[in-house]
Design a protein around this ligand. Structure first.
Ligand SMILES: NC(=O)c1ccc[n+]([C@@H]2O[C@H](COP(=O)([O-])OP(=O)(O)OC[C@H]3O[C@@H](n4cnc5c(N)ncnc54)[C@H](OP(=O)(O)O)[C@@H]3O)[C@@H](O)[C@H]2O)c1
Length: 381
């Protein structure tokens, strides 16, 4: 699937290389070289490239689950969402490179591929399985290997988990999310089944994705939820309407997907970007030509703030998310280690309370196009 027809990611990447290298080197210089994980994963991958452990012992908590403060989203490695699917041969070194850099939190799902993403992630993590946190998601049904609606019946969940464990080459999934709520199955039944799977040792923690505060509360009452995963970025802010507050009140972690707004905040697109009808981008409301034009105003503002600090817009955007709450763990998705290095550079960025208040005032006065209405957060997606 072609990702985009007329956007200009490559020239921009080249233009940003020296600043990105600078940020990467800065992050590496500020961190010690990690011991156990680095040597084990490098040996396992046969890789000679090791940028150093930029995460260097930093961690965050999702509920009672400890993870690196930034995880790696693996979806686009094989789903064909933003780029053509990549092979295991190409992507296993990217995941192992992330381990070398100190990332311990990896995100996949049964539906990515479908199935093939879990195969890649399973192969990559096998040698270091006990030292990483593996998150995957279920809740769709498949017909002839293609996604065909939702199915969260207990029997379907159990069947899905058996396949996932095989593909992931493991005996347990550390964080098992319901990917989307099935309107035909009460979320309490899902929570109960997840609780049983956790008792049986096939999963360790229960998560939900794109749920309303009401659904989160109902599920959490039946079995404690460890994390909610939904879209959240400095541009897509609808979860600020009660979802984050509910997570905070219940002690549930929050994992924002789309932290760089599918590449927009990483400067991948401009007013000339156009997408072919078979591209996933073509169905995203904030990527229509008109929406991109409107939304470039916030990117221009973020570029100003980033330049003032000698960082990149992607780093600013991820650091902004990290600064919102200590229970937030972004999982930027990438197929490239140099982009991961840039994204991890966000760990070196801090903002004062007055800076954050200033950013807030400014962004709330910028008109955006194609993002969810505030009330969208109050219903399951
Ligand atoms: N729960 C859900 O419903 C749901 C939905 C979507 C995604 N997810 C999960 O969340 C993860 C992240 O979300 P996402 O991938 O949709 O959005 P994202 O992380 O905002 O954006 C990923 C895109 O940004 C690009 N990118 C990342 N860092 C970059 C950098 N420094 N410079 C230039 N480009 C950069 C990547 O391209 P390159 O490959 O070229 O770096 C990729 O195309 C996914 O991998 C998946 O695991 C969950």
């Amino acid at each position: 699937m072609s990702a985009n027809d007329k956007s200009t990611p490559i020239p921009h990447d080249n233009a940003g290389t020296s600043r990105r290298s600078f940020m990467r080197n800065l992050a590496i210089a500020g961190a010690g070289i990690g011991a156990g994980l680095v040597s084990q994963s490098s040996l396992a991958s046969g890789s000679t490239v090791c940028a150093g452990n930029v995460v260097s012992g930093q961690s965050r908590k999702l509920g009672d689950l400890t993870v690196s403060p930034i995880g790696l989203g693996c979806m686009s490695m094989s789903s064909g969402s933003y780029n053509p699917p990549r092979s295991a041969k190409e992507m296993v070194p990217v995941i192992r490179g992330a381990i070398d850099r100190g990332v311990t939190f990896f995100d996949t799902a049964e539906v990515y591929g479908p199935f093939t993403n879990e195969l890649i992630v399973g192969e990559a993590l096998k040698p270091v399985r006990d030292q990483v946190v593996l998150a995957s998601k279920l809740g769709f049904k498949f017909d002839n290997g293609q996604r065909a609606g939702r199915d969260s019946r207990p029997v379907a969940i159990r069947k899905a988990v058996e396949g996932m464990l095989k593909r992931l080459q493991t005996d347990r999934i550390d964080l098992l999310y319901l990917h989307r709520v099935d309107p035909n199955v009460p979320v309490e039944d899902v929570a109960g089944t997840m609780g049983e799977l956790i008792k049986e040792g096939k999963a360790r923690h229960f998560g939900l994705s794109e749920v309303s505060p009401t659904t989160l509360r109902k599920a959490h009452k039946e079995y404690p939820v460890t994390a909610v995963q939904s879209e959240y970025s400095i541009m897509e802010r609808s979860v600020e309407n009660q979802v984050l507050d509910t997570c905070k009140a219940l002690g549930v972690g929050f994992v924002p997907w789309g932290s760089v707004c599918r590449g927009f905040l990483a400067d991948k697109f401009n007013e000339y970007s156009r997408f072919s009808d078979d591209s996933r981008f073509a169905s995203v409301p904030y990527f229509t030509p008109e929406a991109i034009k409107t939304n470039l105003v916030i990117l221009d503002q973020i570029r100003v703030w980033s330049d003032e600090r000698g960082i990149t817009p992607a780093q600013f955007s991820i650091a902004w998310l990290l600064a919102q709450h200590p229970f937030i763990v972004p999982i930027p998705g990438t197929t490239k280690l140099h982009h991961l290095d840039e994204d991890l550079g966000a760990l070196s960025v801090t903002f004062s309370a007055s800076e954050l208040a200033h950013f807030r005032t400014v962004i709330e006065n910028i008109e955006l196009a194609g993002f969810r209405a505030k009330d969208a957060a109050l219903t399951d997606k």
